[in-house]
Design a protein around this ligand. Structure first.
Ligand code: 4GO
Length: 247
């Protein structure tokens, strides 16, 4: 996959995208990430990219010319397999499902704004607009990094075990079951017996049940959209009965 980031602060990306699994994926040629500083596309002598808002008010607004010139110079804006993504608090909420869809694309471009925001006409050049949550940041760089990290680990070869992400929280719409490793007893806290039993079917059921319990207790909103199978409905009833007992 080809990723192009348009930002006034390219150095912000060096650490997060150069290290760990994303860095390795780039070395393995699974992923290519380019950061383009659209200040280089400013045509005035001060290399400025923002100006005062028409109509008055506080803050500066990013002008359309430098960003659009940078996009045109680095992307084929007519390629249907290229998504131009604007990072903004006004975008659609970014979810694991959105990440799965974006991971299928050939090329992704991320447009990171700063200051008060973008001139509205920049939106005409984006194919998507995403928000990573209901809060305001100083720039779109951190949201772009969050999205790139989430999408990258879904690309085959980026994480070791391909099944690994299929067990993630959210992948199937539930939170993950609890994990344990050695020691068997840590400061008096024991690993659940069933995980030591070697009985694969019981372990699978226990994990499914704990996954449902966690989701019910921590994120009941996720269960509103979840499509339960027969076994899951039964396990959820068991969980609810157990919770009613301890009330
Ligand atoms: C994105 C961008 C928050 C998000 C941003 C978010 N803040 N919630 N700030 O994903 C244009 C100027 C937007 C600063 C940018």
């Amino acid at each position: 996959m080809e990723i192009k980031i348009f930002s006034l602060f390219p150095e912000m990306f060096e650490g997060p995208l150069g290290s760990s699994l994303i860095g390795k994926a780039q070395e393995k040629d699974i992923l290519h990430i380019d950061v383009i500083n659209f200040r280089e596309y400013s045509t005035n002598k001060h290399k400025s990219v923002d100006d005062y808002p028409f109509g008055g008010g506080a803050g500066m607004v990013l002008q359309p010319e430098p960003i659009v010139s940078a996009l045109r110079d680095n992307l084929d804006l007519d390629d249907p397999d290229t998504e131009v993504i604007l990072m903004s608090p006004q975008g659609k909420p970014f979810t694991q499902e959105a990440a799965c869809a974006l991971a299928q694309k050939k090329q992704l471009a991320f447009v990171c704004g700063h200051y008060e925001g973008f001139d509205e006409r920049i939106r005409a050049f984006a194919t998507q607009e995403y928000s990573i949550g209901d809060y305001v940041l100083t720039g779109g760089e951190l949201p772009a990094m969050v999205m790139i990290d989430t999408i990258s680990r879904l690309i085959p070869g980026v994480i070791k075990e391909q099944e690994s992400y299929e067990e993630d929280s959210f992948y199937h719409g539930l939170l993950e079951y609890p994990h344990y490793t050695r020691p068997q007893n840590f400061e008096g806290m024991e690993v659940p017996e069933v995980l030591l039993s070697g009985h694969h079917e019981n372990i699978r059921k226990w994990r499914k049940k704990e996954s449902l319990r966690r989701t019910l207790l921590r994120r009941p909103d996720l269960l509103e959209h979840y499509e339960f199978n027969k076994e899951e409905l039964k396990l959820l009833e068991e969980v609810k009965a157990e919770l009613a007992e301890t009330e």
